[in-house]
Design a protein around this ligand. Structure first.
Ligand SMILES: [Zn+2]
Length: 235
């Protein structure tokens, strides 16, 4: 299947000054997709994204991938700051936490798997660099949020899976993971890519990789998941 792209050019972009190495997913956080697209194309708003994925699966392209779209704002991931220059941004239509956060649709996932798969391949983006807006701006942002099925994307080779490693089965690995958890409990979110290991980052981490308990509190399960991710990211 070839993804059908609807072109809706936004004036809100400029030239890149760095190569693409990140893919950032967002939700629109507005009442309707049409309203969100209008804003992302409004020169006064000074915001944009490369793509918008509607709830019916329609994909709009607003900015060419070779240009810098304005979607991330103040942000940090794995040493990169203010990542617009380094990233492709996709807005997924959803009212968000403010206007009635709801599940993303099957049509959206279907479109995203194809769209993200193509982007990852075209720009050779590492799975650890496929992140949510909240991962790169935890103090300001909660999107795409804890209802977004990152695991489904991971199953389709897009991003890291939180369940990639089962230390109970992997005997030798288990010891490595145990020691990692013990020794890196304070700094390990930084090792994954977050700027700090604080409550905001822990919350963002949970929204992405431990969605059934988002409380901003670090616990053993978080440590285990993080160890799994570091193990997978390192391969
Ligand atoms: Zn966002």
């Amino acid at each position: 299947m070839t993804l059908k792209i609807i072109h809706r050019p936004s004036p809100n972009f400029d030239e890149r000054n760095a190569p693409v190495s990140l893919l950032v997913l967002h939700y629109t956080g507005m009442k309707t997709g049409a309203e969100a697209i209008a804003r992302l194309c409004d020169a006064e708003a000074k915001v944009s994204a490369h793509y918008v994925v509607e709830e019916n699966g329609d994909v709009y392209q607003l900015v060419d991938e070779s240009k810098r779209a304005w979607h991330a704002g103040v942000s940090f991931w794995r040493g990169l700051r203010n990542v617009n220059a380094n990233s492709i941004g996709i807005e997924i239509v959803n009212p968000g936490h403010e206007f009635g956060y709801r599940k993303f649709t099957d049509a959206q996932y279907k479109a995203l798997i194809e769209l993200c798969g193509g982007i990852k391949k075209r720009h050779n983006i590492a799975d650890v660099n496929i992140v949510g807006h909240s991962d790169i701006a935890p103090e300001r942002k909660a999107d795409p949020g804890e209802l977004f099925d990152w695991e489904l994307l991971a199953k389709n080779n897009i991003g890291l899976s939180s369940s990639g490693y089962d230390p109970k089965i992997q005997g030798r690995t288990s010891q490595i993971l145990d020691s990692r958890i013990k020794s890196k409990n304070d700094s390990s979110l930084v090792e994954l890519g977050y700027e700090f290991h604080d409550e905001g980052a822990i919350t963002a981490f949970q929204r992405h990789w431990r969605q059934d308990k988002v409380n901003g509190q670090w616990d053993d399960e978080c440590g285990q998941i993080l160890a799994n991710l570091l193990e997978t990211a390192g391969r």
